[in-house]
Unconditional design. Structure first.
Lengths: 252, 262
């Protein structure tokens, strides 16, 4: 199960000069098990902050987030995270990066290696098992980061603009791969993106956020059948609708 | 690697020529212009002196004793300095507790400790090792501390969401490898400082043998050719130790940094 319930979460960051930035303002949302949710919103609206709070890396000032009814207070391996910036351990090889999570959970060397090989294969990077991150391209690094997060077999996978730094083609390929992984692993995915295209292609539900302070502006159910056609007229229509909303937010 | 060795000879040609020229000039100046073995021993004087200390075996005794002093000092500096640097870099309280003490002791030149070294440890190997230790420990502490302070937050957070939650595994699996380049350069600095302290400690009579001691001894005997031999040996040995260390660290421990411009 991977059911996330966000109830009335607010979070402000204190600034040096004594003021504070309200990043999340009373956010409430229910994410069902095995759902693919995309957050979209203007830059600086609090998407990363919300994701970090779900991960347990930030503590809300008020409100709470629960995973399957249990309150989230600190990070743990039930929620995997793929960060907005590159976060692979540069001193570890690809395979060592992927075994990291299982090892930390007390799995034996053999078991965690087996686990890691499985996810390495899933992202198609077997030939690079002993390479160091600096030897990989950006897309390959994000694939490894995804494999590393999955190797813990989390219930919820949190992804913060994981494909933001990639070219359009690599991005499309990885989107398809991610949908495969999602279908195979039966997990909940919470995905932050800037790209309307990406959200429409991936999500069951798109959550549009307002400009700072981050609030939920609208939740849109995406009814398009899978596998999705990026060019269908329904997809187009939805994209227009989203773009209009985002433009409106940018104006505010 | 293969590229390096391909251009090997032609690439090293200039360096070798320059070295040879320097030696020839040295020889000419010493033998024909200065013409005083006491003021400036010539290259051949030094060469003979070198063969002499190899023959008598003095070189090997002094070498091993100096390396023993150096080893005692550097190893104890590592054993004490790294844990202090780690705890200062990771725990705020430890930083606040150690910092004032370190700031007061650190500016004292290591050689100023020589009288106490002799009083505390007598004319023993430990005593010379202690002076090396005093010189080496601070660069190690400071660089370890810096390395730990500047561990990128993203790696710590990535480890946390992967289930690595408490200080000890975080230090071991994330902070330490991340800080290793900084620690390694601290050790390099420490070895350089320690090497200088070693010679001084041996010269000032903390020890009654070793390469540094021999410089002083031969000076009293007015055998400047021997003084120069020991000086050159100290230089070469220092260089060799540094090279071996760098080869080991860059080739093994920091392979992952091959992509980073140092
Ligand atoms: N550690 C922090 N300290 C202070 N302020 C912060 C911190 N992290 C985020 N903020 C502020 O909180 C707000 C939300 O930031 P957040 O990173 O969540 O935005 P975002 O929606 O992810 O933006 P982007 O799309 O550009 O990644 C911003 O105004 C930012 O300045
Ligand atoms: Mg962000």
């Amino acid at each position: 199960m991977g059911e996330v319930k966000i109830s009335d979460v607010s979070l402000a960051f204190d600034k040096e000069n004594g003021e504070s930035t309200l990043a999340l303002d009373n956010v409430s949302l229910e994410i069902r098990d095995k759902e693919f949710i995309c957050f979209i919103g203007p830059s600086g609206c609090g998407k990363t902050t919300l994701l970090r709070t779900i991960a347990g890396l930030e503590t809300p000032d008020s409100g709470e987030i629960t995973l399957d009814g249990e309150r989230i207070t600190v990070p743990d391996s039930k929620r995997g995270m793929v960060f907005q910036e590159y976060s692979l351990f540069p001193w570890n090889t690809v395979i060592q990066n992927i075994t990291f999570g299982p090892r930390m959970q007390g799995m034996s060397k053999g078991e965690s290696l087996e686990r890691a090989e499985k996810y390495l294969k899933l992202v198609g990077l077997e030939q690079f098992r002993n390479s160091y991150p600096y030897e990989l391209s950006g897309g390959m690094r994000q694939r490894v980061a995804i494999a590393r997060a999955l190797a813990n077999e989390p219930k919820v996978l949190l992804m913060d603009e994981p494909f933001g730094a990639l070219d359009a083609q690599t991005r499309n390929t990885l989107q398809n791969e991610l949908l495969d992984v999602w279908a195979k692993n039966q997990i909940t995915i919470v995905f932050v993106t800037h790209s309307v295209d990406e959200a429409v292609f991936l999500a069951d539900k798109i959550v549009v956020m307002t400009a700072r302070p981050g609030k939920i502006k609208k939740v849109i159910n995406v009814e398009l059948p899978r596998p999705r056609d990026r060019t269908s007229s329904e997809a187009n229509e939805l994209r227009h609708k989203l773009l209009r909303m985002l433009a409106e937010e940018r104006r505010n | 690697m293969s590229k390096d060795s391909a251009k090997g000879l032609s690439g090293r040609g200039i360096e070798l020529l320059s070295l040879a020229t320097a030696i020839v000039i040295w020889q000419l100046v010493a033998a024909h212009i200065v013409a005083d073995k006491f003021l400036l021993p010539s290259f051949t004087d030094v060469l003979f002196a070198f063969l002499r200390i190899v023959e008598t075996g003095a070189l090997f005794t002094d070498l091993s004793i100096s390396l023993l002093h150096f080893g005692i000092g550097i190893i104890s500096a590592l054993v004490i300095g790294i844990p202090i640097g780690v705890s200062m870099g990771w725990f705020k309280t430890a930083n606040r507790a150690f910092d004032p003490i370190i700031e007061i002791i650190r500016p004292i030149p290591p050689l100023a400790w020589i009288p106490f070294a002799i009083i505390w440890f007598g004319l023993t190997h430990i005593s010379a090792g202690f002076v090396v230790f005093v010189g080496a420990v601070f660069p190690i502490i400071i660089n370890t501390f810096d390395g730990f302070k500047s561990v990128p937050k993203i790696y710590v957070e990535a480890a946390k969401v992967l289930g690595c939650m408490t200080s000890v595994p975080l230090i071991r699996h994330v902070a330490f490898p991340s800080a290793l380049p900084s620690i390694a350069s601290g050790i390099r600095i420490a070895m350089g400082v320690g090497w200088m302290c070693l010679v001084a400690a041996e010269m000032f009579g903390v020890s009654s043998s070793g390469l540094g001691y021999k410089i002083w001894w031969h000076y009293y005997l007015h055998q400047m050719d021997f003084v120069l031999v020991y000086m050159l040996i100290l230089g070469f040995l220092g260089l060799l130790i540094d090279r071996i260390f760098r080869w080991y660290v860059d080739g093994r421990l920091l392979k992952w940094r091959a992509g980073v411009v140092v």
